[in-house]
Design a protein around this ligand. Structure first.
Ligand code: HEC
Length: 127
């Protein structure tokens, strides 16, 4: 009787132990914390326009009276600027060594949005 009990106990430990491992693997394969994932693949102008919009860039860089004559609200305006000054735009949202970091006041673009913008520009800013 005693040996059957300890056998059942050992079996229970094995089952519980291995199901614990199973959940560990599952957590790794299906991470529940998605905030640390920044997907910079397949960026197009629409993705970047929403980055600029949420980053408040379009409050100032939009339409005929856009600050610095830089209209980021259309693909035409954005690509025209990037053709000559892609590195300036990246500089203005990161270190700001060519002028004030953008936006000039309020929160800067977060790291993920900077990465997305950089990836899009490095890919040749596809429409
Ligand atoms: C509050 C208004 C305002 C906001 C918001 C703003 N900018 Fe600007 N931006 C300006 C002004 C004014 C200038 C011109 C003065 C200067 O160069 O600093 C400028 C200049 C620039 C330049 C340099 C243009 C040139 O002369 O080559 C870039 C690039 C730029 N902004 C990008 C951005 C981006 C990207 C964002 C959003 C992350 C942004 N700006 C948000 C007002 C703004």
């Amino acid at each position: 009787m005693k040996s059957i009990l300890s056998l059942a106990l050992a079996f229970g430990v094995i089952v519980l132990g291995s199901s614990g491992c199973y959940y560990d693997v599952d957590d790794e394969l299906n991470p529940k914390d998605t905030t640390s994932i920044c997907d910079t693949a397949a960026m197009d102008y629409a993705s970047i326009r929403s980055v600029f919009d949420n980053g408040t860039c379009l409050n100032c860089h939009s339409g005929a009276n856009a600050d610095a004559g830089l209209d980021l609200s259309t693909y035409a305006g954005t690509s025209q600027y990037l053709n000559s000054s892609a590195s300036t735009l990246i500089d203005r949202i990161t270190v700001g060594s060519t002028g004030d970091i953008m936006p000039p006041s309020g929160p800067k673009l977060n790291d993920c949005n900077v990465s997305k913008t950089r990836a899009w520009i490095n890919a040749g800013f596809p429409q």
